[in-house]
Design a protein around this ligand. Sequence first.
Ligand code: ATP
Ligand code: MG
Length: 180
Amino acid sequence: MPLLQGDLARSLEVILVYTGNGKGKTCACVGQAVRALGRDMAVAFGQFMKRDGQAGEQRLLAQWLGPRFLAGGAGFLRREEERPAHRAAALRVLAWARAQLPEVQMLILDETLYALHAGILTREEVEALMDSARAVRRHLVLSGRNAPDWLVREADLVTEMGESKHPWRSGVTAAPGIEF
Ligand code: ATP
Ligand code: MG
């Protein structure tokens, strides 16, 4: 199902955001990648915060995308003294993302908003990526909890996953293949 000439230009959804406290943001990013790949679009998929080998989606994304996949995070930010290592990791993902953007039709950056909320990425850095995506008309997909108001205003499509029920509230721990 190749993309028809003009389809991308017609699309108004340049910047998509998946946010909210409910489960499904990263799964939505992976689903978006699958759909775009099914249209023969060139896709790059990066993950802030998540380390390589931390989640099930990473193995297949690496197979499908090769160097257009990068899980470059340093894991959960648990202690303040870990912040410089997280910042260095985020800067590596950011540099990779900037280089990918002109090369692909869709750039997906999972857990961007986690990094932003934690102060590992700045508003200026995220806005600069958004400006670049608009300038070169590439789809940019950003995900993570706590989308700030400015991002909701500036994005074209925002979906907020709401948590109606989640087993972790009754003490069930995260399961491989479901949560990671
Ligand atoms: P998914 O990766 O399943 O699409 P998500 O990206 O929306 O979910 P995140 O906030 O990135 O969700 O959290 C990663 C995963 O950890 C999710 O599957 C979420 O349901 C799960 N999770 C969040 N909080 C807890 C918790 N306290 N205990 C167990 N699992 C949790
Ligand atoms: Mg996630």
